[in-house]
Design a protein around this ligand. Structure first.
Ligand code: AMP
Length: 288
């Protein structure tokens, strides 16, 4: 086992990637905010399928947090992250500082519509996706990987990034990795450390409710009926619900009850001071 290279500046990153490219290697980038868990690590495994070099970026991006959100409290566990990545044979960690990413005078952002304005996360975090798309565009342009891997856990984010990479002609394959869960169904998240023991015990309800609603929709019940009962069950379980919706998986547009075809269920809910998001496939492929 050897430690990953730790790269702090765009110049170091470009020099390292250029060396690999000159040797004919393929490079995958896995962008993260650190506080790594097995969900993050699984994305590196997806990059490994087609690439010989893996870069994991660790950057807690201030521009995707609203002033009332948890930027300063967000867990930062760099040494433990490095140890976890060493065990996974990651080649490099790109961990720039805020002034390197956003030098004085920085004033350019990516502006979004489409899946970024679907009325899901954007309704509750109106500045979030501009921050995400800007930082991800910068990371992709800095690294110019062959492949970049993102988690399905953040389904709307994945749709936004796919669209932005296509629209901005960034030459990279965007891959999605399945959501890694705890054994009781809770989606792994760096923010789960905020949960008190009682909240942690309640948290798997979100996945349970979604699973039950999806089964009922597949059995022929109208999505609107199943969703209404799902919303009530989540609120009865002690959550403040932001949304529970079924949408088209790509555009994230609403889908009529009688439509067939792919369907994704997405949820966001708060318990105590923690906001959890999750999603599952209702109908993963078009049905004829
Ligand atoms: P974050 O550090 O939370 O910004 O996440 C970095 C990447 O890991 C994003 O692409 C997330 O969607 C992905 N991710 C986070 N949690 C999971 C999970 N439980 N399973 C799979 N991917 C995840």
């Amino acid at each position: 086992m050897s430690s990953p290279l730790v790269l702090r500046t765009v110049a170091e990153l470009r020099r390292t990637v250029a060396g690999w490219r000159a040797a004919g290697e393929r490079v995958a980038l896995v962008p993260t905010m650190g506080a790594l868990h097995p969900g993050h690590v699984s994305l590196a495994g997806i990059g490994r399928r087609t690439c010989t070099r893996i870069v994991v970026s660790i950057f807690v991006n201030p521009t995707q947090f609203a002033p009332n959100e948890d930027f300063s409290a967000y867990p930062r566990t760099f040494e433990a992250d490095l140890a976890a990545l060493e065990a996974e044979r990651i080649d490099a960690v790109f961990a720039p500082g805020v002034p390197d990413m956003y030098p004085d005078g920085f004033c350019t952002t990516v502006s979004l519509a489409g899946p970024a304005a679907a009325g899901l996360e954007d309704r509750f975090r109106p500045t979030h996706f501009a921050g995400v798309a800007t930082v991800v565009s910068k990371l992709l342009i800095r690294c110019l990987p062959d492949v970049a891997v993102f988690g399905e856990k953040d389904w709307q984010q994945l749709a936004v990034i796919r669209r932005a990479a296509r629209d901005l002609d960034i030459p990279v394959d965007i891959l999605g990795g399945p959501t890694i869960r705890e054994s009781d169904g809770l989606a792994m998240s760096s923010r789960n450390v905020y949960l008190t023991p009682e909240e942690r015990a309640a948290a798997p309800l979100l996945h349970r409710v979604m699973t039950r609603c999806a089964e009922r929709i597949r059995a022929g019940e109208p999505a609107s009926t199943a969703m209404a009962e799902g919303r009530a069950a989540i609120e009865a379980g002690g959550f403040a619900l932001d949304y529970l919706e079924t949408r088209d998986p790509d555009s994230l547009a609403p889908v009529a009850d009688d439509a067939s075809g792919p369907l994704r269920m997405l949820v966001a809910a708060r318990i105590g001071r923690t906001r959890l998001i999750d999603n599952i496939a209702v109908r993963p492929v078009a049905q004829h």
